[in-house]
Design a protein around this ligand. Structure first.
Ligand code: TLP
Length: 345
């Protein structure tokens, strides 16, 4: 008999809803490279309005949206301040150097929130030896800090540093709606503090593909040219924008259920042998916990979990699990039971 898995590897594994599939089948399309796909135009307008920005661009992935953002705000011989565990710095295959010819300058943080003083200290004025800092990148929620929510006040303080030094700010808001729901702060208030942001439709919001890059019209139009140059110009892509519209208009409120389930999972496994997690630190859908067991290395633990139908990912020093639309309460109970059985033996 084939096993069915409870897949906690990421919220990227979410499948489109039936309504999304229907919308895909019925989408009115055109040629988006020629600018006449009405469904894409609707999604781009909706994304811009939601974020309070002039314009938005539909991109195939969060990585491409971030790559375009860095390229549209920087020139060669420049430097970008990034948080040291950020996705843009660690998990996007070096596009800053590869595409934009700029260097990242990592800054430490408290659970993803950089101290504005550290950011100010990292700003470099150019001379014959050093690059010029021109951009700061933020991330909210912060993936590698276990879905931590970066507070709005931290955004405001970093905005101030940026303004004092003539810098731009880009937000990797792959999960900005998770941050907004968890903090009770409208997304627009985060967006107001940055010059551009990208957010993903394809994660907890469950669309099959796509990220939106929002910002000033002139920069987004330049971004459109960059997207084409990077091979991201897509044709009858209204079929993918249609589920994106549903993601944005109908899938945000339910994120609170994912957050409650992540908390329940963390509480259920906290204190088990080898598991190092403080459930109080779980704010959204991602839980990252240390795993150090005298007899079971992380890889063996993941194998044993898989045998019991639970999929999770190894991260440095531990394990990552993410709750989302396609794992319900019964999957969380199943995961907790699997942990208890494996670790009791
Ligand atoms: N994150 C993925 C993996 O790359 C780890 C995941 O499973 O969480 N910014 C952030 C904060 C992200 O978490 C991700 C994807 C991206 C950007 C990139 O998005 P995609 O995968 O659409 O290129």
């Amino acid at each position: 008999m084939s096993i069915t898995y409870s897949d906690f590897r990421s919220d990227t594994v979410t499948r489109p809803t039936d309504k999304m599939r229907k919308a895909m089948a019925e989408a009115v399309v055109g040629d988006d490279v020629l600018g006449d796909d009405p469904t894409v135009l609707r999604l781009e307008r909706l994304a811009a309005e939601t974020m309070g920005k002039e314009a938005a661009l539909f991109c195939p992935s969060g990585t491409m949206a971030n790559s375009i953002a860095v390229k549209m705000w920087t020139n060669v011989l420049e430097e970008v301040i990034v948080e040291e565990r950020s996705h843009i710095y660690n998990m996007e295959s070096t596009h800053m150097t590869f595409i934009s010819g700029v260097t990242p300058r990592p800054v430490r943080s408290e659970r993803g929130a950089m101290d504005p003083k550290d950011v100010a200290a990292a700003v470099r004025k150019p001379n014959v030896h050093t690059p010029q800092t021109t951009l700061i990148c933020l991330e909210n929620t912060h993936n590698n800090w276990g879905g931590a929510v970066i507070p709005l006040d931290n955004f405001k303080a970093i905005r101030k540093v940026a303004d004092e030094n003539g810098l731009k700010v880009h937000l990797d808001g792959a999960r900005i709606f998770n941050a907004s729901v968890a903090a009770g702060v409208p997304v627009r208030q985060f967006a107001d503090q940055v010059d551009s942001l990208q957010f993903c439709l394809s994660k907890g919001l469950s669309a099959p593909v796509g990220s939106m890059l929002a910002g000033p019209r002139e920069r987004i139009e330049f971004g459109r040219r960059l997207r084409k140059a990077l091979g991201g110009g897509m044709r009858q892509v209204g079929v993918l924008a249609a589920p994106g519209i549903i993601a944005l208009t109908e899938m945000v409120d339910r994120l609170k259920d994912d957050h409650a389930r992540a908390k329940k999972l963390a509480r259920g496994i906290a204190g088990l042998p080898g598991v190092r997690i403080d459930p109080a630190t779980v704010e959204t859908d991602i839980i990252i916990f240390g795993f150090e067991h005298p007899k079971i290395p992380v890889t063996a633990m993941l194998e044993k979990m898989k045998e019991k139908g639970i999929l999770a990912l190894a991260v440095s020093g531990g394990i990552r699990m993410v709750t989302h639309k396609d794992v319900g309460d019964q999957d969380v109970d199943r995961a907790i039971a699997a942990f208890k059985e494996i670790l009791a033996g």
